[in-house]
Design a protein around this ligand. Structure first.
Ligand code: S3P
Length: 427
């Protein structure tokens, strides 16, 4: 399905965002491994969270869904059942990598598969530590399908993350639930902290390294999980409300976990007008009400430790940069090349197609802002964040912009197009 967005100086409205993908997937998984009946409030209907549910059902977990609340009958750490077919993670790298950690410690064999995009994303990054712990993992050239011969007595290890990845960190920590003694992950650069926060793990910082440790058999109590509204979905409206010349957008109850919200700081540094009200905590996650108004932006350079904190927001930040005065350079972001698509390549090509002045680097991109954008037809590369970023670019590009395979947005934000068009009065 294609979507066409027309240039729109005005953007007004309140957008109720979907639940956070990272918290949702973890809530469902931890509830499944928990001891007894848990609930998950505000569980999203989007494709990635639904993929996690179908994986868990294949592993024998009973899940009911009613009015946006999940009722999950936890089976405990040792209650999963051997699946009778390959487990399909769809487009979700988080589902595949977190489940692999759990399956590595089971007394049965399993196979994890995914769609074409997920089958071309690197899995050696999890196979290496899991093998070190004693699991047998077979892949094809480092890609899924992932055949896992679980080992119920894994060995605890101390593992220094070779790349900044919350998925790899979480995979190793979850395998640690099944590993003799304790398992420690050393994180040289901070990534999103949902796993350690939700499992109540302590950390110790030594210099710039963070040590996270999990004990074998740590029990997960049954509980009510609450999924905040997704900051990474908010990002599209943070930028849309900033770059549309006459905009005011309200985003209620957005998750503001500090390990996820660096885009706010960067946009403010660029000159954006974003107000946060009623900051509060729910279920260990910070929430707030956001109001965004049109602003003039100027370019920035970002690199280093901040990158993992806004890695998913870089495609939409690149769109903001096209409207900023001066140069924006984003470096040390090579992880973007192994997301749902190569997001550096995709954004460089798509923004150039709209007439932006863009330079490509192995580890990022630079944009000389200010060149007026012109509508064109651009592909989504079957990547939700590329589809939505280009939709927002369409608001400021002269004429009309068509995004092909725009339903990729369903992976995290099923009513994105409806909401964007409503705010731009294009519905
Ligand atoms: C995620 C971690 C990030 C992020 C992804 C979700 C998670 O990936 O890009 O959208 O929920 O742990 P990496 O950990 O691979 O960087």
């Amino acid at each position: 399905m294609n979507q066409t967005i027309h240039q729109s100086p005005t953007l007004v409205g309140t957008v109720v965002l979907p639940g956070d993908k990272s918290v949702a997937l973890r809530s469902a998984l931890f509830a499944a491994l928990g001891e007894g009946a848990s609930q998950v409030v505000n569980y999203p209907t989007s494709a990635d969270p639904q993929s996690m549910l179908s994986c868990l059902r294949q592993l024998g977990v009973e899940i009911e869904e009613e009015d946006g609340i999940l009722y999950i009958e936890g089976v405990g750490l040792h209650g999963l059942k051997a699946p009778d077919a390959p487990i399909d993670c769809g487009n979700s790298g988080t589902a595949m990598r977190l489940l692999a950690g759990v399956l590595a410690g089971q007394p049965f064999e399993s196979t994890l598969v995914g769609d074409a995009s997920l089958s071309s994303r690197p899995m050696a990054r999890i196979a290496n530590p899991l093998r070190e712990m004693g699991a047998e993992i077979a892949m094809t050239n480092g890609f899924a399908p992932l055949h896992i011969r679980g080992n119920p007595i894994l060995q605890g290890i101390t593992y220094r993350l070779p790349m900044a990845s919350a998925q790899v960190k979480s995979c190793v920590l979850l395998a640690g639930l099944y590993a003799a003694g304790e398992t420690t992950v050393i994180e040289p650069t901070r990534t999103r902290n949902h796993t350690e926060q939700m499992l109540g793990l302590d950390h110790v910082d030594i210099g710039t390294d963070r040590y996270l440790t999990i004990q074998q058999g740590q029990r997960i109590p049954a509980q009510t999980y609450s999924v905040p509204r997704d900051f990474s979905a908010a990002a599209f409206f943070l930028v849309a409300g900033t770059i549309a010349p006459q905009a005011i957008i309200d985003l209620p109850s957005v998750g503001l976990n500090p390990s996820r919200s660096a885009l706010l700081d960067v946009l403010r540094l660029m000159g954006a007008d974003i107000a946060i009200e009623n900051e509060r905590e729910r279920g260990g996650e910070l929430l707030g009400e956001l109001t965004i108004r049109s602003s003039k932006l100027h370019g920035v350079r970002i690199d280093g430790d901040i990158i993992p904190n806004l890695i998913d927001e870089i495609p939409i930040l690149a769109v903001a940069a096209t409207c900023a005065e001066g140069r924006t350079e984003i470096r040390e972001a090579e992880e973007l090349r192994v997301k749902e698509t190569d997001r550096i390549d995709a954004m460089v090509k798509n923004l150039r197609a709209l007439g932006a002045e863009v330079e490509e680097f192995d580890d990022g991109l630079a944009i000389n802002g200010g060149a007026p954008l012109k509508g064109a037809t651009v592909p989504s590369y079957d990547d939700h964040r590329i589809a939505m970023a280009m939709g927002v670019a369409g608001l400021v590009a002269e004429g009309s912009t068509t995004i092909t395979d725009a339903d990729a947005a369903n992976v995290t934000f099923p009513d994105f197009w409806e909401q964007l068009k409503r705010c731009a009065a294009q519905d």
